[in-house]
Design a protein around this ligand. Structure first.
Ligand code: DC
Length: 245
């Protein structure tokens, strides 16, 4: 497996990771791991079973038996997500679920269990891995590591627009506070905290559109994997005036 290429894209929410990763996976026809969704589905499963977030033993057992499926549904919408064969795509997208995911994500044993699950996504012809610790812990040997960042205000605004577009109720002030609290928890936890991996290329997307971010990353893909130059260039010329969410 060591010759199957991996690109890791890490960073906090609202930096455009999800959108960028779905484009790259589509362009390259590589597998996509949306690791945040694994933590979200686990948090949702715990809630559905009435398990408290501090009941570590029960949550770890749940993680070990998590019956989750990702069904590809096209660019932008990424995937349809199923828990125990029932669609939970909308339920896992709420900020409440994200906050619950962030809480259980600080349990070391949960991360250990999900680490193995995440590594099963590493399959030919390649993998785009989206998360917080993809480059630091889950796939430390990835050939290309990117870390996306953006100002908290811009990230909250993007998440607000994204939720509204999907028909969710959202309040910018509450959302902003929830995102700041989540970032703080994710970057200060003792296991696999959110931070750029050694050697990661950091891109601040605060004032960039999706086309500019894709252009930046495509250049990195071209220099890291020269054999993919043509494939990336063909797609890149079709991307313009897209919004980063
Ligand atoms: O990427 P996301 O917003 O869907 O992630 C939700 C939460 O899951 C995030 O706040 C922290 C946790 N998470 C994590 O700890 N490690 C990852 N690789 C991905 C997500």
């Amino acid at each position: 497996m060591s010759n199957v290429p991996i690109i890791t894209i890490d960073g906090p929410s609202g930096t455009g990771k999800g959108t960028i990763c779905s484009y790259l996976a589509d362009w390259l026809q590589w597998h996509l791991l949306d690791s945040g969704t694994l933590y979200r589905v686990l948090a949702l499963a715990a809630e559905k079973k009435g398990i408290d977030s501090d009941d570590e033993i029960a949550i770890v057992a749940l993680a070990e038996n998590l019956n989750v499926e990702f069904k590809v549904a096209g660019i932008g919408s990424l995937v349809n997500i199923e828990l125990d064969r029932k669609a939970v795509t909308d339920e896992v997208r709420t900020e409440i679920c994200a906050s619950a995911a962030s809480v259980i994500a600080s349990i070391a044993k949960v991360r250990e269990v999900l680490l193995l699950k995440q590594r099963t996504f590493h399959k030919a012809p390649g993998l785009i891995a989206d998360g917080r610790d993809m480059g630091t812990v889950v796939f430390p040997n990835a050939a290309l590591k990117v870390y996306l960042t953006a100002s908290p205000e811009e990230r909250a605004k993007r998440r607000y627009e994204q939720l509204k577009k999907k028909g969710f109720n959202a309040n910018l002030r509450d959302l902003s506070a929830a995102i700041v609290a989540r970032d703080e928890r994710d970057s200060t936890r003792s296991v696999s905290p959110l931070k750029p991996a050694d050697g990661a290329i950091v891109i601040d997307t605060s004032s960039l559109g999706i086309d500019a971010v894709l252009e930046n990353i495509s250049e990195l893909v071209r220099t890291t994997f020269p054999e993919l130059t043509k494939q990336v260039a063909n797609h890149l010329c079709r991307v313009s005036s897209l919004k980063l969410t």
